[in-house]
Design a protein around this ligand. Structure first.
Ligand code: 26Y
Length: 821
């Protein structure tokens, strides 16, 4: 009763204002006249958090003593983005709060902008995890997100002289009002050392792990509210701390620095997020990070299970553990270690529990992206786990030999240990063998998994394989990012769409309504004006909101082919220069994305983009009709401002390389049209919106394979295409590098001699397709209609749909409704 009608829970405006001032005084120690924007933000965050905590506690109460299965989503990355705006949306109090702070003379947008972004992920995979926990809560499914509380998230990118410069991210500088430290649930994690055998009291031979060091994992919990439901689930991120502040033995010898050294080393474990995606480096600290958070999480689940009086034999009945790629795959060996060594369960029982517990989601087809750990590194860190992996492998390979009599090539291909050269543990194999379900993230990707990367596993156990197409949360990517469009939705179809995105279909009947189309265009133009303001603010480049905004935002990668777009831009520029009076449709090309710090070619691709901007943007003959912009530091926050202002979405990876893509979905639901290859989820977007409303080009995955088999010579293609040839020559001869013919040589040579991602082969088709885009854009009515239909038919790409499929096919979990206390 004490909770009710209190200024900490009430959603009424007056109560909210009182609580805000109260927090400003008593958490920030400030009063209105001297408070900074940061103070206001913090006071507001705490005011909103109180309202959220009420739901959180109610949810925890409802789940206690609840027998239903809980989902544990294990992910090394959660790219959450700022919490405040999203929380206001999900609690349904955005407008009231805007008013309340307005009455205090503050602008909510300014306050929202104060929140530091928790960039605890690299890109698609980390952001997917964030969308998924939003959907889990919205669907009222009992779930925990488990991950790592990196002190420094993905680096902050600046552009200096056209080059990417990495700056350390310090998101915790002003504190984080959304987390609660829970030292009482700390976990001790053992690492290193050796194993020895011993004889137990019943005279059985057993193995004991004698670790070299212990690190403490401290959980930090954040509430994850569902959309307009009482459910608020938990994101639990682990931070590494030393067991003791310092080593007294060393200290007493008078070596103070030496004494704190151990503490520093332990705490380094969760200091930084590795900024690579797709190309794993065999860094020891990364394996330690993975083991650390997985061991903490499994231990935590057992604590919860025991707290509910459950026995360890029922672990799989209580928890469905999903592995977000192979980063947490060591969990298979860790759970076996716990069951066999700590709980003394017979091997087969332990294995049955383990495989019923885990599900594995694969996110890549690139062979170089599959995680492998050198055996000696693995042994040094996790000697007992390596023994268990050998044992798992022996038993598994026996089954393989029985299934494929005498096929030793199969045995080598399926082995958890790669023995082709230096010996490695293959994490994807461990994850696949240790899980009852394996899934790809789009239909094509899942098919290719079954055909290539995991073909032998598919032959062995086809029933394990699933396909679940990715999705994104419409709360952040529509309701929060595109309020103007959502206002039009509300007036036209109500607001059921935010929970049931398929309801956007009801917009279809307005696709030919001229007045509706006019409003649609006005909204897009408004969004583009805002984006133009941001662009000039961040880059100093003035762009025309009336021009077509042609956008490619994603990590910089050769397979994603940002340089294919560059070639085409140079061709347009060349055309315009050859005939200054040519009818050129004004376009603004907007790029944004980070390159892995050690990925030289990707960084050079950024340099190439900024270089062509430096020439084209300032060439008077262009008369502003073409602009090229590189927006620094692509992030969740900048994404929220970019997607709503886009006309054209570039999704131009080489077919068969992009597992799914999720940016493609965010663009489509914000009314951008896609120019894309038949890759990843592009195929399904095209299918949903209709090929008349989608610009496709390039080879299919099958054609790519065919072409390679036939022997591919990029130079032949380039020489046969005068337009492409001219473009390559312009770069090669130094037009974009002040005569320096060395600068872009690595890109040009790559193109001429290897062209691994077949830009040349797809170039003509892409260039033609861009002309088709021009034609469509000139016909304003046609373009608007296409845009409306894209949005109306994007319902499939809600992460609610993805999560429902995981719940039904893989996790077998059902909703638990939460009564408020
Ligand atoms: C091992 C470590 C270096 C590593 C870290 C991050 C490896 C990979 C990654 C991230 C991979 C990633 O983001 N993959 C993307 O996952 C998305 C969500 O499923 C897909 O949409 C996208 O196609 C895929 O590239």
């Amino acid at each position: 009763d004490l909770l009710h009608a209190s200024d900490r829970t009430s959603l009424s405006k007056d109560s909210f204002k009182r609580a805000f001032i109260d927090n400003l005084f008593y958490t920030q120690g400030k009063f209105l006249q001297v408070a900074t924007h940061k103070d206001y933000y913090q006071a507001l965050a705490y005011t909103v958090r109180d309202r959220l905590l009420y739901r959180w506690v109610s949810t925890a109460t409802a789940y206690t003593g609840q027998v239903s299965r809980t989902v544990s989503y294990l992910s090394a990355e959660f790219l959450m983005g700022p919490s405040l705006g999203n929380t206001l949306i999900n609690l349904g109090i955005l407008d009231e709060v805007r008013q309340a702070v307005g009455e205090l003379g503050l602008d909510l947008t300014d306050l929202l902008d104060q929140e530091a972004e928790p960039g605890l992920g690299n890109g698609g995979l980390g952001r997917l995890a964030a969308c998924f926990i939003d959907s889990l809560a919205t669907l009222e499914l009992p779930a925990l997100g488990y991950g790592i509380r990196y002190e420094h998230g993905i680096f902050y990118q600046t552009i200096v002289d056209g080059w990417q410069v990495e700056n350390t991210d310090n998101w915790l500088r002003y504190g984080n009002p959304w987390e609660i430290r829970r030292p009482e649930w700390s976990v001790e994690v053992k690492i290193g050392g050796f194993t020895e055998t011993y004889t137990d009291t019943e005279d059985r031979h057993r193995v004991r792990w004698v670790p070299a060091k212990t690190v403490v994992g401290v959980p930090f919990d954040s509430p994850i509210p569902g959309y307009r439901v009482n459910t608020a689930n938990t994101l639990r991120l682990w931070s590494a701390e030393a067991t003791q502040s310092f080593d007294f033995e060393v200290f007493n010898r008078g070596d103070y620095l030496g004494a704190v050294n151990k503490k520093v080393t332990s705490e380094n474990l969760t200091k930084i997020l590795y900024p690579n995606d797709e190309t794993p480096q065999g860094k020891e600290l990364r394996l330690e990070q993975q083991y650390f958070f997985v061991a903490c999480s499994l231990h935590d689940m057992i604590r919860i299970l025991k707290g509910q009086g459950g026995s360890i034999e029922r672990f799989h009945e209580k928890f469905a553990v999903q592995l977000n790629d192979t980063h947490p795959a060591i969990g298979v060996a860790e759970l076996m270690r716990i069951l066999v060594d700590d709980y003394l369960l017979p091997w087969n029982d332990a294995w049955s529990i383990t495989t019923q517990t885990f599900g594995y989601t694969n996110h890549t087809l690139l062979p170089e992206a599959l995680e492998r750990w050198p055996l000696d590194l693995f042994r040094r860190l996790l000697p007992r786990h390596l023994e268990l992996i050998f044992e798992i492998n022996e038993r598994f390979l026996h089954d393989v030999r029985v299934a494929f009599l005498g096929d030793e090539a199969r045995v080598r291909a399926l082995s958890l240990i790669d023995e082709t050269g230096e010996r490695y543990v293959r994490m994807a194999h461990l994850a696949t063998v240790g899980s009852h379900a394996v899934n790809g993230v789009a239909t094509l990707h899942s098919d290719l998994l079954k055909k290539d990367v995991l073909a032998d596993f598919y032959a062995l156990s086809p029933q394990k394989f699933h396909s679940i197409t990715n999705g994104v949360t419409p709360r952040r990517w529509l309701a929060l990012a595109n309020p103007r469009l959502c206002e039009l939705f509300r007036e036209t179809i109500g607001d059921g769409w935010a929970k049931e995105l398929d309801q956007l279909r009801r917009l279809e009947r307005h696709a030919d309504d001229a007045a509706f189309a006019e409003r649609w265009r006005a909204i897009k133009l408004d969004n583009k004006r805002q984006l133009a303001d941001l662009i000039v603010q961040r880059t100093g480049i003035e762009v025309d909101p009336e021009s077509m905004f042609d956008v490619q935002v994603k990590r910089i990668h050769e397979y994603k082919r940002q340089h294919l777009a560059v070639l085409q831009i140079i061709a347009m520029y060349h055309r315009l220069k050859s005939d200054p009076n040519a009818e050129v449709l004004p376009r603004t090309f907007i790029f944004s994305g980070k390159a892995a710090p050690g990925y030289a070619i990707a960084k050079l691709m950024i340099r190439l983009i900024t270089a062509i901007g430096d020439v084209i943007n300032y060439d008077p003959e262009v008369r502003g009709r073409l602009k090229v912009v590189f927006m620094p530091n692509f992030s969740v926050t900048t994404g929220q401002r970019i997607y709503p202002g886009a006309d054209l979405s570039e999704q131009i990876s080489l077919a068969g390389k992009e597992a799914s893509g999720t940016g493609n979905m965010k663009f489509a639901m914000n009314g951008a049209l896609t120019i894309g290859t038949m890759d990843g989820a592009n195929i399904e977007i095209c299918e949903e919106v209709g090929s008349d409303n989608f610009f496709t080009f390039g080879m299919t995955a099958a054609q790519v394979e065919e072409r390679r088999r036939a022997g591919y010579d990029p130079r032949e293609v380039i020489e046969a295409n005068p337009e492409l040839h001219a473009v390559v020559e312009l770069i090669r001869n130094g037009l974009f590098s002040r005569g320096d013919t060395e600068l872009f040589k690595p890109i040009i040579d790559g193109l001429l001699w290897h062209d691994t991602y077949m830009l040349a082969a797809d170039y003509a088709s892409y260039s033609d397709c861009q002309l088709e885009v021009d034609r469509a854009y000139r016909d304003t009515a046609r373009w608007t209609r296409m845009s409306i239909l894209n949005v109306a038919r994007s319902g499939k790409f809600s992460s609610d749909r993805s999560i429902q499929e995981y719940a039904d096919k893989i996790w077998k979990v059902t909703p638990v409704s939460v009564p408020l206390l």
